[in-house]
Design a protein around this ligand. Sequence first.
Ligand SMILES: Cc1cc2nc3c(=O)[nH]c(=O)nc-3n(C[C@H](O)[C@H](O)[C@H](O)COP(=O)(O)OP(=O)(O)OC[C@H]3O[C@@H](n4cnc5c(N)ncnc54)[C@H](O)[C@@H]3O)c2cc1C
Length: 455
Amino acid sequence: MSRPLRVAVVGAGPAGIYASDLLMKSGEDVQIDLFERMPAPFGLIRYGVAPDHPRIKGIVKSLHNVLDKDHLRFLGNIEIGRDITVEELHSFYDAIVFSTGATGDQDLRVPGSDLKGSFGAGEFVGFYDGNPDFERSWDLSAEKVAVIGVGNVALDVARILAKTGDELRVTEIPDNVYESLARNRATEIHVFGRRGPAQAKFTPLELKELDHSPTIEVVVNPEDIDYDEGSERARRESKSQDLVCQTLEQYAIRDPKGAPHKLFIHFFESPVEIIGDNGEVVGLRTERTTLDGQGGVTGTGEFTTWDVQAVYRAVGYRSEAVNEVPFDPERAVIPNDGGHVIDPATGAPITGLYATGWIKRGPIGLIGNTKSDAKETTEMLLSDYAAGSLPEPAHPEREAILEFLDSRDIAFTTWEGWHLLDAAERQLGEAEGRERKKIVEWNEMVRHARPEYEI
Ligand SMILES: Cc1cc2nc3c(=O)[nH]c(=O)nc-3n(C[C@H](O)[C@H](O)[C@H](O)COP(=O)(O)OP(=O)(O)OC[C@H]3O[C@@H](n4cnc5c(N)ncnc54)[C@H](O)[C@@H]3O)c2cc1C
């Protein structure tokens, strides 16, 4: 083929950016358009990673180097499946890679989940990270709060609830978020896990730094430190799991430090009901569990009611389907074989369609894990290209898609536009001695990124 390989990558989170990087480094003559539904790139690095984790947010600096390349164009503020159909996209590209990630909350199937005061962790994350799709203010009147789940998202939510508004004001949080956090009355945050310390999904660093805030005291009940043969095996097989256990053991035996906000981590407590009164959360009922020898647990029939006025359900994220693209509703992923999208009706790969990142394998793992995903997916794409099996697009010229977007009057944002929005956010932050202050409103973001466009 004498023209460049044309690839559309859908979703400008880490998975899509790493996939683009690998394609550009492959040695093939390739042109990539990176589509993104938000006006700004970076996916959950911008709208998931907690604001008090500037080191992780700083990963965007290395991603800038990828987006700076001429072979890659960022096209934001375009939702594939809504603003452009997948069929339309096919007419401009040899291959399409879906890296659409995850934004929704997994359901917690216990009675009372829909009460006022019962929140999905993802909704709260969306709020405090200034995602325009979510609420602009948050009811933080509860003094005692439960967080269900023992993964890093549960820790993020618990930590943000336990910190003071002023501690978070130095971060990039916008004013509306600060205003709600400044009214936060929570003094007791109870994190609940169904299983034991050796089954917790925390990463060691996140768990350790929980206690760094002078306002937070992490408390673990020594009775919750329990291991069976399955747990001991898990510790032997994973250094990281062993470190998590060691940190929890230290929390369980140390002297109190006297910080005003207590963050309890409870193990072997399985939520069975969120209790309501007049439609509002007034408690959480859990059943005590015990290890079964294999690292699993069984119920003991012993129940506790915890006096809490809000419950945050941090039991995992969930991906959304993209119109016209196969979706497995059980696993909430695009069905694929090593990244090649599979037609569920025939079980055969669909030529020219690929998936990578959380939409490929489910919402588990860190930003770094999306690199290995991207490697597998892009190798598959490149081998199909080498074999000549990709479908020929009707309009492979690079400018054709831009003309199409203009013909639809889509106010797409670009990489240059991101630099303008980035500069505006930095300027807002600078005025208050911080690195950045996020702009939340969708139209405001577009206005900064694309000043010539009338909204
Ligand atoms: C609350 C939270 C905190 C986290 N903290 C950390 C941390 O501290 N450290 C760490 O290493 N990892 C962390 N992670 C994990 C990390 O965010 C993920 O591993 C990573 O973001 C997954 O990358 P992705 O590109 O697959 O998905 P995403 O980051 O979700 O990116 C997907 C992108 O696709 C876009 N998109 C979706 N649908 C469409 C469409 N139809 N058209 C166009 N664009 C679309 C979305 O807007 C989004 O920008 C955290 C995750 C969460 C949820």
